[in-house]
Ligand binder design. Structure first.
Ligand code: MLT
Length: 267
């Protein structure tokens, strides 16, 4: 499906019945990241799965895609679908977007699923690296910038034992476009510190990560979860940064239990 949101054509899937969950992919990915969730959770969730602007089948306007811009697109998607509130589930950059959504539209949020993400902003050095890469992506193309991500986002177990999945991730990563990559890199580089928001989170939250994630290491994820009222970090073995893709059964079990508890609370 497609919608015109904030003047940009956004592609999305809308699959299942139940608690509305907006699945927000990370960088440099697209909505095919959520293939193992879309069908498997369709009996308990209405899975709304967009390609963020600049990614997948969505339009890629030029400019800086701040986390606020992405969050505003998602709020417009909820408006388009006539939904007052939804759970936001974001992986890595998707989590930065979920925290921006929380900052700007807390009344539209029913719950948060934060996956392999962090609330801290970039260090100056990381932000500088991102700006340099954004420039390179626009000048030289994205291949050399995104290709190394394939090995970084997967656990040793996945790299050794799931060649089909490794190929799928490579295909997803190499589908990136220069404006999408540059827009996201520049936006991530200027994102604010979300840590002060954590103790005030007023909706149920689930925090999930991969025990072998080197991008958001387990200790960092645990520290973030400790700051969120009622939350704890669930770390799944044999999973790296793309935990929902690498260990879908265990991941989906956690989500199903979380959504079940949300429903019970509402009822
Ligand atoms: C992601 O997976 O979205 C990225 O690794 C996030 C980042 O670069 O900070």
């Amino acid at each position: 499906m497609e919608a015109q949101l904030n003047g940009v054509r956004i592609a999305y899937d809308d699959i299942g019945k139940g608690v509305p969950v907006v699945w927000v992919h990370g960088y440099p990915l697209n909505r095919s990241l959520w293939a193992p969730q879309a069908g498997a959770l369709a009996d308990c969730a209405r899975n709304i799965i967009p390609d963020l602007r600049g990614w997948g089948a969505s339009e890629a306007p030029s400019g800086v895609y701040t986390m606020e811009v992405y969050a505003s697109d998602l709020r417009a998607l909820l408006d388009e679908l006539g939904l007052d509130r939804a759970v936001l589930a974001g992986l890595s950059m998707g989590g930065y977007v979920a925290l921006a959504f929380l900052r700007n539209y807390p009344e539209r949020l029913r719950g948060l699923i934060l996956i392999a993400t962090r609330a801290a902003p970039d260090t100056l050095q990381v932000a500088e690296g991102r700006r340099a890469n954004a420039e390179r992506a626009l000048q030289e193309g994205v291949g050399s910038i995104v290709e190394p991500m394939v090995e970084r986002v997967l656990s040793p177990a996945t790299l050794a034992g799931q060649p089909g999945l490794v190929r799928a991730v490579r295909t997803m990563v190499l589908a990136s476009r220069p404006r999408g990559v540059a827009g996201a890199l520049l936006g991530m580089a200027e994102r604010p510190d979300s840590r002060p928001q954590l103790p005030a989170i007023g909706v149920p939250a689930l925090v999930v990560g991969g025990a072998d994630d080197t991008i958001v290491p387990p200790d960092e994820l645990r520290q973030m979860a400790e700051q969120i009222p009622g939350a704890r970090a669930v770390l799944l073995p044999k999973a790296g940064h793309l935990v929902s893709l690498e260990q879908p059964d265990a991941f989906n079990r956690e989500v199903r239990a979380f959504l079940g508890a949300l429903d019970a609370r509402a009822g």
